[in-house]
Design a protein around this ligand. Structure first.
Ligand code: ADP
Length: 484
């Protein structure tokens, strides 16, 4: 049986390339690790670079100050006074060579007008440095990088006069090489971490994926009606919890279906009995068409049996509709005293016919429930108390408040229920004895319906013998306020 709206597996779904969860998760893990390495390498390299720059600047500033010192000494030791320009022109080359011998760097000297007056390595790697030189001639320290060298300019001052500029050519090669080595190291680390992350992730997620596979298999098993006999995954985490849930769900479905099967079996059986009897009368009537006594007997019996069938159908329908009925939505405050008074009034006629006295003894009481359901509950209980009574018997209907509950008791002085049957009378189709049920027109569904209805209201029902004398006492407890 497949309903039109029922979702069908794989219906209209093309087979697509499937990337398994373990591969996806492993890639994500590997990428995360790679990202970590990348961010770390970026931070470390930047740190090294700025550290190197600071060291180079400090070193060059020291060297340029030493050069200036040397130029000053040479200036003061002049025997014949020279102009600054003459001094720089005459001594420039020698000074440049001497400064190089101190610091090992190619050194240039310029006079105050920017003309080159000395070069420790003439003709080697000259660049266009006019702009940066211009800054130094204005009295500032200035530098620029070109290829793997840093070109550093520092003004030369004697007695607060600018007499020229010293230019030092600093090789960045070793620091650049160092940085490159570190970068290479991080690159290798990145590749290793990515590969290792993927492999470790794959191995770990493979285990998780196989557990998910087990859970999936369990649910497929339930789908085909093979219920679980053990928890499919035992673990102390969410997967373990899911495993337990699936196991309990399987049990609940199995029980539900089992109950339904039993119910349907009972229904069919119970329906068959009156139908067999009706059919027998119809066959007899067919044979003895002119027998007035048989016709009268048949009319009574068929009438009784159809009445029973009708009642059964109605109760079965009500029981099965209960699943879908939203009791919470229909709940309201019900004045029990008023309701029971009205119901006793309704049942008085039947009680009189049975020669039974109906005695309402009602106190003020109210509860929170679906009124319609309560009507069914109490009518059924009063009906049983009248039906299973004896002529001249009594039915007491009482209600009162007790703590946070409303209490309703229907007590009769009738034939009573044997002790061993008290636990079973709430089961569908249970009757204390078939003969008894037949002669009273019972179906065995009334109390099953009553208990379901009472429990759906958040209430409870129990049966006992009255404190004194023969008979039965049924007690219903109902909540005073809505359940949360
Ligand atoms: P029925 O439709 O047969 O009355 P119920 O489910 O209402 O079905 O009751 C189940 C059985 O419990 C009845 O067949 C009857 O034997 C017994 N029973 C119920 N109420 C009473 C009562 N007040 N006194 C004696 N027997 C009762």
């Amino acid at each position: 049986m497949k309903g039109a709206g029922k979702p069908e597996r794989n219906a209209g779904k093309k087979r697509r390339f499937k990337l398994s969860l373990k591969v996806k998760l492993s890639v994500v893990l590997a990428l995360l690790l790679l990202l970590t390495v990348l961010v770390m390498s970026e931070l470390v390299l930047r740190g090294i670079e700025s550290n190197q720059r600071r060291q180079t600047e400090a070193e060059l500033s020291r060297y340029s100050r030493a050069a200036e010192q040397y130029v000053r000494q040479s200036y003061y030791s002049l025997e014949n006074p020279l102009t600054d320009e003459e001094f720089m022109t005459q001594r420039g080359q020698r000074l440049a060579l001497y400064i190089t011998s101190l610091n090992g760097m190619q050194t240039y000297l310029y006079d105050a007008s920017g003309r080159e007056v000395g070069n420790s390595l003439p003709g080697v790697g000259d660049n266009d440095v006019a702009d940066t030189l211009g800054f130094a001639l204005d009295g500032a320290i200035a530098y620029e990088t070109s290829g793997d060298s840093l070109i550093y300019f520092s003004p030369l001052r004697v007695e607060d006069r600018m007499i020229g500029v010293v230019r030092l050519q600093y090789s960045l090669k070793s620091s650049q090489d160092f940085l490159e080595t570190i970068r290479e190291l991080f690159r290798t680390a990145g590749i290793v971490v990515f590969a290792a992350g993927f492999v470790i992730g794959y191995l770990y997620f493979h285990r998780i994926a196989s557990l998910i596979g087990k859970l999936r298999k369990a649910s497929q098993q339930i789908r085909t009606g093979r219920y679980l006999r053990a928890i499919p995954v035992r673990r102390r985490d969410e997967l373990g919890e899911l495993g337990e849930d699936i196991y309990f769900m399987s049990g609940a479905i199995e029980e539900h279906i089992e109950r339904q099967k039993q119910f349907i079996g009972n229904v069919s059986h119970e329906f068959k009995t009156p139908l067999t009897s009706i059919k027998a009368y119809v066959d007899l009537l067919d044979l003895y068409r002119d027998d007035p006594q048989l016709a009268a007997e048949a009319a009574t019996s068929i009438g009784k049996e159809t009445e029973r069938l009708y009642e059964m159908v109605e109760k079965v329908l009500r029981l099965s509709a209960m699943e879908k009925y939203d009791f919470d939505q229909h709940a309201e405050r019900v004045d029990l005293k008023e309701l029971l008074e009205e119901l006793c009034g309704r049942m008085r006629g039947k009680a009189e016919r049975y020669g039974v006295e109906l005695l309402p003894e009602l106190e003020e009481a109210s509860c929170w429930a679906d009124r319609e359901s309560l009507v069914h509950v109490f009518i059924n209980l009063i009906d049983n108390a009248v039906k299973y009574n004896v002529p001249g018997g009594k039915v007491r209907v009482r209600c009162r408040m007790e703590k946070r509950e409303a209490l309703v008791r229907v007590t009769d002085t009738g034939i009573g229920i044997p002790f061993e049957a008290r636990g079973k009378i709430f089961e569908p189709f249970y009757t204390v004895s078939k003969d008894r049920a037949r002669s009273y027109g019972g179906t065995g569904l009334g109390l099953a319906l009553v208990r379901e209805l009472a429990e759906k209201q958040g209430g409870a029902i129990s049966v006992s013998a009255p404190d004194s004398g023969p008979g039965t006492e049924v007690e219903v407890r109902l909540p005073v306020s809505a359940k949360n």
